[in-house]
Design a protein. Structure first.
Length: 286
């Protein structure tokens, strides 16, 4: 099947398969050290050409998720980890999914997010909405505010041709896809009246993001910096570009929980990030 799928949707299929494989790695379906299914099996599963699968694997390798060697398959190198300062979780390394699961157990859910493309948020919100429809959780109110960058950014950019517009166009397209996905999720939630009150507010700010921030229910902060890396980016056309980029998806995060002591390091950090978000939301964001 896969070998025959020559016109398999190009960029749309490429992005879809890359997102599915990233999600499986993040959720532990493919643990560190394990191997992804063969190219032929992936092509058959997704109904695409081997060429599309190869481009997806090259993209995942450039992001540091996997290592691909001819004849040896594609081995998983990393999963996104969260280092927690919460005394209840001392010494444990967390992933983002259970923290979202925990936040959505509450009657009122509030998320404030500053991010580059909203790709991670879109995926985790899709999972939580699935839990709502399955009757596993029943929040009464969900309010999400998200800050995204506006205008041209210093990354991603072609290493040897900084004025090449293709990478900026690609990032804008990816961002819009995930914004549209989030909008559809909230529109459907509202239409079904499964949750009494839902709101999604998105604003754009003229600042290049240097970190990713999640504020969960005004008590928990998840924070991670965007490190600039050199990597190969595969365009929808199949063109490969040596680029400077940042890797947000899968980047390590730190976990901070406000406690009863307003002067504790965790409380000060959460309050500082909350104050930063509110100040940008009220003043610079449009």
């Amino acid at each position: 099947m896969g070998e025959q799928q020559i016109g398999d949707g190009g960029g749309r299929e490429f992005q879809r398969i890359a997102e599915v494989l990233r999600a499986r790695i993040i959720e532990g379906a493919y643990p560190v050290g394990s191997f992804l299914p063969s190219q032929r099996d992936l092509a058959d599963e997704f109904g695409v050409s081997r060429d599309t699968v190869q481009r997806v694997l090259k993209e995942l390798a450039s992001e540091g998720w996997i290592q691909s060697r001819q004849g040896s398959g594609s081995r998983v190198l990393k999963t996104p980890l969260i280092s927690s300062g919460d005394p209840r979780r001392k010494g444990r390394v967390l992933s983002l999914r259970p923290l979202f699961d925990e936040a959505f157990q509450e009657a009122e859910v509030a998320l404030d997010v500053s991010t580059l493309t909203s790709e991670s948020l879109s995926g985790y919100m899709t999972e939580q909405v699935g839990r709502i429809y399955a009757g596993q959780i029943r929040p009464e109110r969900i309010a999400v505010r998200m800050l995204l960058p506006s205008g041209e950014l210093p990354y991603p950019r072609t290493r040897d041709a900084p004025d090449d517009p293709r990478l900026q166009e690609r990032m804008r397209k990816i961002t819009q896809q995930h914004v549209d996905s989030l909008t559809r999720l909230f529109t459907e939630l509202q239409a079904r009246r499964t949750v009494d009150e839902v709101s999604l507010e998105i604003k754009y700010v003229p600042l290049p993001p240097t970190f990713k921030l999640y504020l969960l229910n005004d008590r928990t902060a998840l924070f991670g910096t965007y490190a600039v890396v050199e990597r190969l980016i595969v365009l929808d056309s199949g063109d490969e570009i040596d680029a400077y980029d940042v890797l947000g998806l899968g980047a390590p995060l730190t976990h901070h929980v406000r406690d009863d002591d307003p002067d504790s390091a965790a409380s000060v950090f959460v309050e500082g990030m909350r104050t930063w978000f509110e100040s940008v939301w009220r003043t610079l964001a449009k």
